[in-house]
Write a protein that binds this ligand. Structure first.
Ligand SMILES: [Zn+2]
Length: 191
């Protein structure tokens, strides 16, 4: 799978970061999975994430984000490309990370360069910086803007506000058609 970026397939906000992203995409990805490993470091995903935090997700600059590969990730029988979570509880006590992105190694290797960047951009959208009543910084995990069934949109169209807004974004979006992996949609709930 070609993992270079075509200039035409980069959103305007990222045009100045093309070289940085190309460099990130040159980071190695293992070709074989060590059967004894549950997780391995996702160096390439981390490098992409670092560029995206500088370019687009500056609100996350103060947080430590960990990137790991899992051999496969599936939820409710559907392949999931990645999963984002907040580090809390015991894990927060024992690690320095604030957020975690787990990436499906098997599907990652089949994604093009722009798809990989889009996926990490998506996962970073799940993270936010908030403030408590006392003014302390808190890390937040956000859900998707829209969740809906194809069948409902087919029958009822953009029947509620969030869907109507989403429809406007789709109409104004560049038509890159990055995701040709039709059956491997990234699934709900902070995935
Ligand atoms: Zn998601």
């Amino acid at each position: 799978m070609a993992t270079t970026l075509a200039a035409t397939a980069l959103p305007l906000d990222l045009r100045d970061y093309e070289e940085d992203l190309e460099e990130a995409l040159r980071q190695p990805v293992r070709d074989t999975w060590d059967e004894s490993a549950k997780f391995t470091g996702a160096v390439q995903a981390a490098a992409i994430g670092a560029v995206l935090v500088r370019a687009l997700h500056t609100n996350l600059a103060e947080f430590a984000i960990g990137y790991v590969f899992r051999e496969k990730i599936a939820k409710r029988g559907q392949t999931t490309l990645a999963q984002a979570s907040k580090v809390s509880g015991k894990l927060a006590y024992f690690s320095d990370y604030d957020f975690l992105i787990e990436v499906n190694w098997e599907t990652w290797r089949r994604l093009t360069g722009p798809q990989r960047v889009a996926l990490i951009d998506h996962e970073l959208c799940h993270f936010a910086r908030g403030e408590s009543d006392k003014g302390d910084v808190v890390k937040q995990l956000l859900g998707h803007d829209v969740e809906e069934f194809n069948a409902i949109v087919s029958r009822w169209g953009l029947w509620k506000g969030d869907l109507a807004i989403f429809g406007n974004h789709v109409r104004n979006a560049p038509q890159f058609d990055l995701f040709s992996l039709a059956t491997e949609g990234e699934e709900e709930g902070r995935d």
